[in-house]
Design a protein around this ligand. Structure first.
Ligand SMILES: *Cc1c(COP(=O)(O)O)cnc(C)c1O
Length: 237
């Protein structure tokens, strides 16, 4: 049976190979380990194998886990990323307990995160979630509304807009996986050409990480390839 540690190292090797294949520097892609539905013990096991950035979708589950990990590994540096749907009445704990939020798709949410970010923690890193699958997805800002939202979010004081995030519709044919990621790359380039200093493309999951890296992903969000199949998943509509 393969352990979290060995699966983590396999994923790291896959990322390195994909980066090299695309002529990119091996260190140019960060691995975010998506630990949703897995317990603090799984996070601690990954930490012992050298992983320090974790993604969570469900707020209450995440807060319990953050607390449990802090108690079990006091003083250890752990970077928590919120990657799930955000309810506007739940922004304060997100602004307080996370270093990154990848799933911002409305100005109101960004404004609340900025107002509620404790200044002593420094700016909260933000990615705007883009809907690259059209009607099929309810989450994410439409591509034509992205430039305006990006300008507004970049102007908020306690946030640092880093880039874009997407969850394309699952596509098992590797030849077809690259198209939405290529579009994302184009969207980021256009925003940068418009004067925004952005450095992040958060894209690629267990089933399509190589395609995402080939198209310029700087953070891949990997769950099941590290932790195994999830026993429950409320989905990410
Ligand atoms: C669950 C999830 C992931 C990880 O998915 P896997 O297919 O298990 O790698 C990545 N990003 C988001 C937003 C998720 O909800």
């Amino acid at each position: 049976m393969s352990t979290i540690s060995s699966k983590l190292h396999d994923v790291e090797a896959t990322i390195r190979a994909a980066a090299e294949g695309a002529g990119r520097a091996p260190g140019s892609v960060r691995l975010l380990a998506v630990s949703k539905t897995f317990g603090a013990d799984a996070v601690l096991e990954a930490m012992h194998a050298g992983q320090h950035a974790f993604g969570e979708n469900y707020l209450q589950e995440a807060l319990d886990k953050i607390e449990a990990v802090a108690q079990a590994a006091p003083g250890e540096l752990v970077e928590w990323h919120f990657i799930g749907p955000i309810q506007s009445n739940k922004t304060r704990p997100i602004a307080t307990h996370f270093a990154w939020v990848h799933s911002v798709d409305r100005l109101k949410i960004a404004q609340r995160l900025s107002e509620q970010r404790p200044p002593e923690l420094g700016p909260l890193n933000i990615c705007l979630q883009v809907n690259v699958s059209g009607e099929a997805s309810k989450s994410g800002i439409a591509e034509d509304e992205l430039p305006e939202l990006a300008r507004q979010v970049a102007a908020l004081p306690n946030l640092r807009l880093r880039g874009l995030m997407a969850i394309p519709e699952p596509e098992s044919d590797p030849a077809k996986q690259r198209a939405p990621f290529a579009r994302m790359r184009g969207l980021l380039e256009r925003l940068r050409a418009g004067g925004l200093e952005l450095d992040t493309l958060s894209m690629g999951m267990s089933g399509d990480l190589e395609a995402a890296v080939a198209e310029g992903a700087t953070i891949v969000r990997i769950g099941s390839a590290i932790f195994g199949a999830r026993h429950y998943d409320k989905g990410n509509a």
